[in-house]
Design a protein around this ligand. Structure first.
Ligand SMILES: Nc1nc2c(ncn2[C@@H]2O[C@H](COP(=O)(O)OP(=O)(O)OP(=O)(O)O)[C@@H](O)[C@H]2O)c(=O)[nH]1
Ligand SMILES: [Mg+2]
Length: 713
């Protein structure tokens, strides 16, 4: 296969709503380039992209695939991204590696969640956008309506470049406003016959052309000036403006295609070769940590490679996907991994067509390739020549998972196997995390939604062969007191030989930041314990006249700490309490540390119970974005979750709600929000603070705890 130079390389990601036709389009692009001689179909599960077992099972993409097309002596690297919102991580990794996102819009549906997610992330990551309205052959295709929806949602940068002349069943022609021609396709699609635009289309062409000229003018200052002076641009000027406008994100052109009928795909590929910026022409892209400047894609520099994705595949093992940022890389070259200074050998350079891979001798700056058999290279690693060791590319930042659930092996003998599987699986999916919640003694997996977790389950069932169950995660409640109280406890045991004796008097108070130190008992010694689970315990020695020896104080504290670790109300951690030990009694023979520990512990428990004890729950700061017209339902749902709305903002067509909500009410929120907003709502949440639970909730929790302890008896 030919080795292309940097300016001959165009990198695109196919993104957009699930089932919009990205995989079928990638298939048609590969076919039109002669890479395959027969197009696979989704129904027959034989496409280049959707080759993994899970994709064959689901008839839908789950993992991004790398493919390519060739045209006009250019190579287009294509990343076919899965469209379900739960796979946003795949989209973000693809966006980091390409110079343009091609948003596939389903002509029947128009703007959907996947379209919005693609648009939002492209805005955030400064990725140029090209839109393609697909499925124009479908009986329900409605081009004009979808263009209007795109403009309503994403603004006037949306620019029609091609429009279908006969959308719907039998679709075979569109007008191309740049070429000023009509493209007419034979039955079975493929290569267009380029003909003059029929007179009947002239009015529409003129109207759309004016809009195109106006938008293309925004691509360069001189074009803008000319446009203001003369009210028009030449075809050449429109082309230049469009090219610059795409790179600068001032124009989002719309193309017309049918991936299924292979209509418009040949022209689309040509359009990409002319209008997608090559890596060295792009205005945005991956940057270096040292100066935050963009990679230069200079073929003459020493090599710098960036790992934007890794995968583990059956029959192959670990695959590393690389974008070459500088220089060129040849088979057999040694590179240094900046993350750990270890040496790696690039033993193979692969050009991928989805499931098929061919090896090449080298790749130059700007290209996207894959390799295998690296020793210890992870996502976001920078690999460089020995000479420029230490160069680091700014890492891709993935969204925080929003859906948490506890997971357990059905057979506890497989706990370790599950741990290893999770470790392996999450290494390749940056938006899926897992952690061991020590306090709850649960393993928690966190992903982008229920589907994401179902995909994990599929892998656990089918690949790792470990059966699992899912549970709601336990809420890390806390306990504290709201008023001061006193209590004493006498521990006395006389059985046979040596007895045990200790008596302890405590005065306990709620701790608040900055409170007065002195209490009604003069303090003789104080100890502040920063509790590992948050909050404080202040332990004051207020003993006068040697009622308890100083040597017994640590034992008393130990007893109290035992109860702090297993709070008197529900067994949760206690926090923010001042304990004053102000009196007690000892026995010259029978007193010992064990006795004082028990006395301290029980006195504390008694005092705690009469000090207005309260259960605290974690409260999260919640940010919810919803389409303005769906606010009502989302607000009502939030109120049902005991959320308190702190403020509201408008962001385009979206309302952003800021609220505080108890974690206990947020389990499966992503699923509810998704069903309330047909998947268009988004949210993030972050731990804020602990707050006392309402009285009725406290009652329920106490009852539930009593039940569990009863079971244990
Ligand atoms: N009529 C018609 N159907 C199409 C067209 N493109 C795709 N489809 C059908 O739409 C369905 C989804 O196609 P895919 O290519 O898997 O869509 P996708 O965007 O890759 O979907 P995800 O990977 O799930 O995001 C399949 O049944 C395709 O046959 C088209 O141009 N016309
Ligand atoms: Mg797909």
């Amino acid at each position: 296969m030919k080795i292309y130079s940097t300016s001959q390389i165009k990198n695109i990601a196919l993104v957009g709503g699930s089932k919009s036709g990205k995989t079928l389009l990638a298939e048609a692009m590969s076919f039109n380039s002669g890479i395959i001689t027969r197009r696979g179909t989704i129904e027959d599960s034989n496409t280049l992209s959707d080759y993994r077992e899970i994709e064959i099972d689901r008839k839908s993409s789950v993992v991004s695939s790398l493919l390519y097309a060739e045209c006009n002596d250019k190579k287009i690297n294509i990343i076919d991204v899965p469209g379900f919102p739960d796979f946003q991580g795949e989209l973000i990794s693809a966006f980091s590696a390409v110079e343009a996102a091609v948003v596939i819009v389903n002509a029947q549906i128009g703007v959907e969640v996947g379209t919005e997610i693609a648009f939002r992330n492209a805005e955030r990551m400064n990725v140029p956008l090209i839109m393609a309205i697909n499925q124009l052959d479908h009986e329900k295709a409605n081009f004009d309506e979808q263009v209007k929806a795109l403009k309503d949602n994403f603004g006037e940068k949306i620019t029609v470049i091609q429009y279908p002349v006969n959308a719907g069943v039998g679709f075979d022609s569109f007008v191309d406003l740049i070429m000023q021609k009509m493209y007419k396709y034979p039955k079975g699609g493929g290569k267009a016959q380029i003909v003059d635009i029929p007179d009947s289309e002239k009015d529409k062409v003129e109207e759309l052309r004016l809009k195109l000229v106006e938008n293309a003018a925004s691509g360069a200052d001189d074009l803008m000036e000319k446009y203001f002076d003369s009210g028009d641009l030449t075809i050449e000027e429109v082309r230049r403006g469009l090219r610059l406008g795409i790179a600068a994100r001032t124009v989002f052109p719309i193309l017309s295609i049918s991936a299924k009928e292979n209509i418009g795909v040949d022209r689309m590929i040509e359009f990409f070769t002319n209008n997608v910026p090559s890596p060295n022409e792009a205005l945005y892209g991956l940057t270096y940590k040292a100066n935050n400047e963009k990679a230069q894609y200079d073929e003459k520099k020493d090599p710098v490679l960036f790992v934007f994705k890794t995968a583990n595949e059956s029959h192959i093992g670990e695959i590393t996907y690389i974008k070459v940022l500088e220089g060129e890389i040849a088979t057999g070259a040694d590179v240094i991994n900046s993350a750990n200074a270890s040496k790696e050998r690039i033993s193979q350079i692969c050009v991928n067509s989805g499931k098929n891979r061919v090896t090449v001798d080298k790749a130059v700056a700007g290209d996207i390739i894959s390799t295998i058999k690296l020793k210890d290279v992870k996502l976001n690693s920078t690999l460089t020549a020995v000479k420029n060791q230490g160069v680091v590319v700014n890492p891709i930042v993935f969204p925080e998972p929003i859906y948490s659930i506890a997971i357990k092996a059905v057979n506890s003998a497989e706990d370790e196997k599950l741990g290893a599987a999770l470790n392996d699986y999450t290494a390749h999916d940056p938006s899926l995390h897992y952690e061991i919640a020590k306090e709850a003694k649960q393993t928690i997996v966190k992903g982008m939604g229920e589907l994401h977790i179902n995909i994990l389950k599929w892998y656990l069932d089918n690949v790792y062969k470990v059966q699992v169950e899912f549970f709601a995660p336990k809420i890390p409640y806390r306990e504290t007191i709201t008023k001061s109280a006193e209590a004493s406890y006498r521990h006395k045991k006389q059985s046979g030989g040596a007895g045990q004796f200790a008596e302890v008097y405590l005065y306990i108070q709620p701790y608040t930041e900055g409170m007065a130190k002195q209490t009604k008992y003069p303090i003789r010694g104080t100890e502040t314990i920063e509790l590992p689970w948050g909050g404080k315990l202040i332990f004051n020695n207020c003993i006068v006249g040697g009622a308890i020896d100083a040597r017994f104080m640590p034992a008393i504290l130990k007893g109290i700490m035992e109860k702090m670790e297993e709070g008197p109300l529900t067994g949760s951690y206690a926090r923010d309490i001042v304990v004053n030990v102000y009196d007690g009694k000892m026995h010259p023979v029978d007193s010992n540390e064990m006795a004082f520990k028990l006395a301290g512990r029980n006195a504390f428990k008694e005092a705690f119970k009469s000090a207005g004890p309260k259960i605290l729950e974690p409260i999260y700061d919640l940010t919810v974005s919803v389409p303005a017209d769906l606010m009502g339902g989302v607000m009502t749902d939030l109120q049902g979750r005991r959320a308190i709305v702190m403020g509201m903002d408008t962001e385009g067509n979206y309302q952003v709600i800021k609220a505080k909500a108890p974690l206990a009410q947020m389990h499966r929120y992503s699923t509810s929000l998704s069903s309330l907003t047909s998947g268009r709502g988004m949210f993030s949440m972050k731990y804020a603070e602990y707050q006392a639970v309402p009285t009725d909730v406290q009652g329920d929790l106490l009852k539930a705890y009593e039940e569990t302890t009863k079971d244990e008896d």
